[in-house]
Design a protein around this ligand. Structure first.
Ligand code: NDP
Length: 323
């Protein structure tokens, strides 16, 4: 049995608790939180303080870090890699090289193994970009996200004065995807690839038109996109928009000899982003334990992991069943 600990219990932490129940070779030792353990509502797992985790060295095969990428993981992953093998889903793309270097140093110094930035993007989408670009070097890769809820954009809406609650959907431009698949050469701007749709609940007295203008002109978030804004009631938002669907497509269009068209498409359609991401983390946790047993210490990303290390099945079974 692989003994797993969850560090941080939000959407992803709950997803990991659920995913472990579907993997017979894994056992959840506990949930470790910065809050008082009694205040954390798990689905059966015991919750403990972070101090209690330090006493568990030797009793845990791998810790799955479920904190947020903005402020938790940059410090938590290096910190816990001092003592344990770790996995995280760090998704601030531009800062991944820096995060990798930090975790790699700690892991090598302390003879632990860490797989960072797993999940679907970064994660499975990164792997598919690598396969596609290596196989069809003459070609172009485009990634489309959605339809799905972007937590970052939803948070940005909620920070606007006069907004009580909000949800933002990222929607890929299906016409553009169709044209690319048909082999059309397109020069695409940010605006061409995705739309944004916002559902916003306002305080009484807040001015709709003023807030709509503030949203669609917000730099870095909405200004570069065509954005639709709908004002709705809190009860409608709670009923219709509190699920966390997501997904997307990595589309690579390439050519081989004499302009022969070749299309590679990898698509995810997820009813629950955190539950799916958690399932990816759990599979990579298995790979992490295997690397650690082989004394392959240091940091890794999904690009470094042999695919068979994700599976609980033997090499022989995999050769027989999957090839
Ligand atoms: P949450 O905000 O739900 O949880 C983050 C942390 O906040 C938890 O670990 C928890 O730590 C704390 N927390 C959770 N709920 C509460 C609460 N009610 N009150 C106070 N603190 C709370 O984030 P998610 O789980 O949704 O996402 C985690 C990260 O996963 C995201 O930042 C994102 O970067 C990443 N992600 C990556 C993906 C990928 O494909 N690579 C895809 C999806 C997400 P504690 O228990 O210690 O308080």
């Amino acid at each position: 049995m692989i003994k797993v600990a969850i560090i941080g219990y939000g959407n992803l932490g709950r997803g990991v608790e659920r995913a472990i129940k579907q993997n017979e070779d894994m056992e959840l030792v506990g949930v470790y939180t910065r809050r008082t353990p009694e205040s954390v509502q798990t689905e059966g797992a015991k919750a403990f303080t972070m101090d209690q985790l330090t006493l568990k060295k030797g009793d845990i095969d791998v810790c799955i870090l479920c904190g947020g990428s903005a402020t938790d993981l940059p410090t938590q992953t290096p910190e816990w890699t001092h003592l344990f093998n770790t996995i995280d889903s760090f998704d601030t793309h531009a800062k991944i090289p820096e995060h990798f270097t930090k975790v790699d140093q700690v892991a090598k110094e302390n003879q632990t193994t860490s797989i960072i930035s797993t999940g679907w993007d970064p994660g499975l989408f990164s792997l598919n970009r690598l396969y596609a670009q290596s196989i069809l070097p003459v070609g172009e890769t485009n990634t489309f996200w959605g339809k799905g809820v972007s937590q970052g954009h939803s948070d940005a809406l909620r920070r606007i004065e006069g907004v009580i609650d909000a949800v933002q959907y990222t929607i890929p431009n299906s016409e553009v995807i169709k044209k690319l698949k048909a082999g059309e050469q397109l020069t695409l701007t940010t605006r061409d690839k995705h739309f944004r749709e916002c559902f916003v609940v306002l305080e009484v007295g807040a001015e709709e038109e003023k807030i709509r203008e503030e949203i669609i002109s917000m730099p870095n978030y909405f200004a570069d996109y065509d954005t639709e804004v709908h004002f709705i009631s809190q009860s409608e938002l709670d009923q219709e928009h509190k699920a966390m669907p997501h997904g997307g497509t990595v589309l690579h269009t390439g050519i081989t000899h004499k302009n022969t068209k070749q299309v590679i498409e990898y698509n995810l359609d997820l009813q629950s982003n955190p539950e799916f991401t958690a399932s990816v983390l759990v599979a990579y946790a298995r790979a992490c334990v295997r690397l650690a047993k082989e004394k392959q210490f240091g940091a890794y990303t999904v690009l470094d992991i042999p695919p068979k290390y994700l599976s609980p099945r033997t090499d022989e079974e995999l050769r027989k069943e999957l090839l």
